[in-house]
Ligand binder design. Structure first.
Ligand SMILES: [Zn+2]
Length: 251
């Protein structure tokens, strides 16, 4: 059991390293496979021994080996976060193939979506499109009888957020609508938990910003909603079904 969790976490570190590349290159329209990573300061290609997730950054003390240009701490943090998340998904869903696989893959899409939204206030179709296709293919292959529920959940969630976006323009964008659709395709009914957590977290963050900057300036501050929805998605992956069950038992 420990072996499985550690393998997932290790895979997550490596995946996180790749996702850093995706987050940097995809919005810029660059290829995510070639060329290999190079230092933006001196252009020297990153050597394999300096490309080990987290460890290399620590050993290089956050600087390029060749020109000492600082390397953002975000890179090792994203690697660490992806490792922890995949380890957690493996621990929670061990032995239950469908939620395990769908959860692992969804994390792999949520991390770059949240970070690109944070950086550029956009969730690229080049992520949401493939994510939707992968969700439907995997869901149908692993659990055909559950696929209708996941399809309905995705379409329903997207329709709900689309309505909200049309009623109150400027808050949520079409990227957010597609994101919750994708989450529904992966999660099924627990996408409700993801949306609820995302909205609560986003509202709290908005209130904190207004409290700090004042209401007028706070309203003008652009806060991307994607990272909060992604956070909700993670909560739903890890605890969506028990939360839904508890809710349904209570009411
Ligand atoms: Zn350099």
């Amino acid at each position: 059991m420990i072996t499985v969790i550690l393998s997932a976490a290790l895979g997550g570190l490596l995946l996180g390293s790749f996702l850093n590349v995706v987050v940097y290159r995809l919005p810029a329209g660059m290829s995510i496979v070639s060329p290999g990573s190079a230092c933006p300061g001196c252009g020297v290609h990153v050597r394999p021994q300096h490309n080990i997730p987290v460890l290399s950054w620590l050993m290089l003390r956050g600087r390029c080996h060749d020109c000492a240009e600082p390397i953002s701490a975000r890179y090792p943090l994203v690697e660490l976060m992806t490792g922890v998340l995949l380890g957690a998904v493996a621990a929670v869903h061990m032995g239950d193939t469908t939620p395990l696989v769908l959860g692992l893959v969804l994390v792999g899409f949520l991390v770059p979506m949240a970070l690109i939204d944070l950086d550029h206030q956009i969730i690229p179709n080049r992520l949401t499109g493939p994510a939707a296709i992968v969700a439907i293919i995997l869901g149908t292959a692993l659990d055909p009888s559950g696929e209708p529920e996941r399809l309905i959940a995705g379409v329903g969630a997207a329709a709900f957020l689309l309505t909200a976006a049309l009623i109150k323009p400027g808050g949520m964008g079409m990227g957010d609508v597609k994101l919750v659709g994708v989450m529904g395709f992966f999660l099924g009914a627990p996408v409700v938990v993801a949306m609820l957590v995302g909205m609560v977290a986003g509202t709290i963050a908005g209130a904190v910003i207004m409290a700090r900057k004042g209401v007028a300036a706070g309203r003008k501050t652009k806060v991307p909603f994607g990272p909060f929805l992604a956070l909700g998605g993670v909560v739903a992956i890890l605890a969506g079904s028990p939360i839904m069950d508890a809710y349904l038992r209570t009411f």
